[in-house]
Design a protein around this ligand. Sequence first.
Ligand code: NI
Length: 226
Amino acid sequence: MIQVISDVLTPDELKRFRELLGQAQWQDGRATAGHVAVRAKANEQLSHDDPLGQQLSEFLLERLGKISHFIAAALPLKVLPPRFNRYTGGGSYGDHIDNAIFSVPGAGARIRGDLSSTLFLSDPDDYDGGELIIQGEFARHQFKLPAGQMILYPASTFHQVTPVTRGARLAAFFWTQSLVREHSRRALLFELDNTIQALAQDSPEQPAVARLTGLYHNLLREWSQT
Ligand code: NI
């Protein structure tokens, strides 16, 4: 299941993010790539201990906690603090699958990356290329989203970023460990959740709404790990 999450940041917030990131201390992204990914990766990132990066990361983490579409689709248990990257001058990231386990900087904790997310920060008209291509089960999906929109997709999929041949592509990226590890079960819960919401809107007094809500929670109880 791939989801596009809209309106993660407002236009004013995006402007501020781009201004601050324009003055940031960018580093070669290969410093944090695994030994296979390092050959495919050509971008820049902020170091995990960069004060500006940490400040923006905390802001985003707090925001994510308020976005019901993200919560319902990801069922997050742990979210790795978002990082920031920039692609310019032909930079790209070849086809790869993300690492499974991430250390939380400074916390000694580890997160299993069930879901990958990319929040687009640049206006798509400001750069050429830079599409995120995700290999789905039956097709390749291509995304170049408006600034402020985020893509949420299974971390187990092959994906790539095509070369940015003009301008700069700024993005935030992070991984989420979900309460429900299996993508198929999480997708079923999300569909059930959406169905209950639709039903509750049409006929909130209908007893079936409470019964379905109970069913949702009992399934979550069966399938979640904390
Ligand atoms: Ni990746």
